[in-house]
Design a protein around this ligand. Structure first.
Ligand code: GN1
Ligand code: MG
Length: 376
């Protein structure tokens, strides 16, 4: 991490902690949307995470903060009598850090929105799954997160990102952008053809929701591998970070997103498309960890749609990257021109890898279901 301590950043940090005690301000993480800094200081807690929210993505950042507060309060109540699966384990939730001299816990100035949250120490995240034990912990982490908020009524959470993970809405947006763009080269046309072949069926989850087979619950929205914190000493999952996308949705969006980011060890920016694959062993370990906590509240329909969401979310992310590429990279932060196109191709290759193993996924889910509910 590069030390970074500009006067402007220091002035913002000072609103949360007196600047005399601040030791360093550094960039943190690799988010595509917000800007994140780690502020280390001499106070008791030692550090906090300061973020500038991207207000062209989150146009009601006050509601993002409200959701964060509602989630934190709820989980704190739940942890007063922890579920049995948490016995002997640590579980942490990032909390809102108040401003020093004002009632609201955020700063709005010059069109920017800044807030701080607590830093979770003695834990790390990684960009690649190390082994099946790590994968199981990531699954456990997502399962525990869902479990702890499963009784938070969805009407207590604002919809801060309308249509987030609603794949048919991304397809509509793609259609509009593709019809108007002048950026259609050969690679883009090939990617477009890939989407055309899969147009039918992108509504698989939304149609199940409309039929009442699936229901909205509180979700994380972005539980990719590097948002699951692992305790440095025990190797156990101890919480999920990056809570801006917490809102009502389908747990399938979360499960699909977790698996698409964990089971492709080459990651979102591989050197070669040939490195992209979907690892069934890691998938099994993650789902086993997940179901060890969340199995109790999943219905048969929920389980039925697991293979579908595992296929759909990489397709959706590829669609989102490709649309952004055609629009001129206005949403996802990019390292170089063509980055979003490349990212889209990676997700499409991953979609194909899942499709090739779809039957195996159905068998895996049936096997895990049988272990959960032996009578079925
Ligand atoms: C964005 O900013 P980051 O990396 O936490 C995006 C996710 C994508 C992810 C892909 C609000 O998350 O949906 O899966 O990039 N977040 C939003 O890397 O759109
Ligand atoms: Mg995020």
């Amino acid at each position: 991490m590069r030390p970074l301590m500009t006067e402007a950043l220091e002035a913002i940090a000072d609103r949360f902690h007196p600047r005399e005690g601040i030791k360093a301000i550094r960039s943190l993480g690799s988010g595509n949307i917000n800007e994140t800094f780690l502020v280390t200081h001499e106070g008791q807690d030692g550090a906090f995470v300061m973020q500038r929210l991207n207000t062209s993505v989150f146009d009601r950042p006050d509601l993002v903060m409200q959701n964060l507060q509602a989630l934190g309060d709820h989980v704190e109540r739940r942890l007063a009598s922890p579920p049995p699966q948490l016995q002997g384990r640590r579980w942490e939730v990032p909390k809102v850090v108040p401003c020093r001299q004002q009632a609201s816990p955020w700063i709005e100035q010059n069109g920017e929105f800044w807030r701080s949250i607590t830093y979770i120490g003695a834990a790390t995240t990684s960009d690649v799954i190390r082994d099946c034990a790590h994968a199981r912990e990531v699954g456990y982490g997502l399962g525990m997160f869902h479990h702890l908020i499963s009784d938070l009524p969805t009407d207590q959470l604002a919809d801060t990102l309308e249509n987030f993970h609603v794949t048919p809405a991304y397809l509509d947006r793609f259609d509009a952008v593709a019809a108007a763009t002048n950026r259609m080269g050969t690679a883009e046309r090939d990617a477009w053809a890939f989407i055309e072949e899969r147009r039918h069926g992108v509504d698989v989850l939304e149609a199940a929701l409309a039929r009442g087979e699936l229901q909205h619950r509180p979700i994380h929205g972005d539980p990719k591998i590097n948002n699951v914190m692992i305790d440095e000493a025990s190797g156990q999952a101890i919480g999920l970070i990056d809570l801006d996308t917490v809102k009502p949705g389908l747990v399938h969006y979360d499960i699909g997103d977790c698996l698409r980011s964990c089971c492709n060890p080459a990651g979102e920016d591989p050197l070669s498309l040939n490195d992209v694959r979907f690892d069934m062993e890691l998938c099994e370990a993650i789902l086993t960890g997940y179901l060890s906590v969340a199995g109790g509240f999943l219905s048969d329909w929920d389980l039925h749609y697991l293979p579908h969401c595992i296929r759909l979310i990489p397709l959706e992310l590829g669609l989102r990257f490709l649309t952004d590429h055609l629009e001129g990279d206005v949403y996802f932060r990019c390292d170089q021109p063509g980055h979003n196109l490349q990212r889209a191709l990676v997700q499409f290759r991953l979609t194909e890898a899942v499709e090739e193993q779809f039957h195996g996924l159905e068998q895996l889910v049936a096997r895990l279901k049988h272990q959960q509910k032996p009578g079925h």
